[in-house]
Design a protein around this ligand. Sequence first.
Ligand SMILES: NC(=O)CC[C@H](N)C(=O)O
Length: 358
Amino acid sequence: MKAFLILEDGTVFEGTQIGAKKEAVSEVVFNTSMTGYLEVLTDPSYAGQMVVLTYPLIGNYGVTPDRESAHIWAGGLIVREMEDMPSNFRCEGKLDDLLAEEGITGITGIDTRALTRLLRKKGTMNGMITTDVDYCMSDVIMKLHTYKMGNVVRETSCKESYVLKGDGPRIALLDLGAKANIAASLNRRGCEVTVYPADTSAETILRANPDGIMLSNGPGDPSTCMEIISQVRRLYESDIPIFAICLGHQLMALANGAKTYKLTYGHRGGNHPVKDLTDGKVYISSQNHGYAVDAGSMEAGIAEELFVNVNDGTNEGLRYKNKKIMTVQFHPEANPGPQDTAWLFDKFIEMVKEDSYA
Ligand SMILES: NC(=O)CC[C@H](N)C(=O)O
């Protein structure tokens, strides 16, 4: 069925509807990964966002077990060409069918390169996917201007705590909308991981006396997570080693008086170069974020920059002084994307075991 993608600035792309037969409104963001559409769609950090995949052929290996959570969290999928005859030895079905089953709509057959260039130039915009050929432009624009993503962290987080058994260090993972491979990366290295819902108090976590604490990725604007920020502050004040990824990195910075801001079009893809300022090495990282920490807004002496983005110089990581705390904006757990920075999990476990990173 004919469908339209209408953007906040009035631009209209015409294509064909895929997935669920319904209308959707959300923020439109682009991801440049060449593979990994299932990991992208099931990454809870995409809640409230429609994803444009810049790679022109999507769905070619079908639906495989590569999920980062139990559901698709993205609010819609925008592609150049949706493959209708997938082929892969692990293929369990068609991506189009999975979208429909999960109630997620999308659009295919549009010029995703032109759309991406527009989003790069004008910045992230809200958009609507509709099949209504008689849509009223002023009504749509009004809807798009007033759409605001709510605080979706609690929605994406687990509802009850659970444990992944292991013989190694005991790690408490605060699930802010965590990708599955964060807990798995720790568990694979022998850690016993207790995963806590996002609204767990710092007291509850500290009472369990974990050897280390991990703060996960998650959706939305970090500065709206006021209650979680105050709990993160209490975790900061404990002497327990902490490792934080993406939203976790942003919340730890906010808990220490820093400011976050919205990037023009964000970093989403599998080829973002980050420089380790301790030795000058550059790693290619997996990324998915729309906000960044303004490292300069933090009072001197609290933390030092650990990583910067080579493309635009934005902050990609912090190390807190006199604390065993390191936080990164990118995704060492990959999925999708390169595993070049997976060593950070080993480094965290070393910090936890040796208690010597201060
Ligand atoms: N992947 C994440 O944790 C994203 C963090 C935050 N929601 C952002 O967009 O910047």
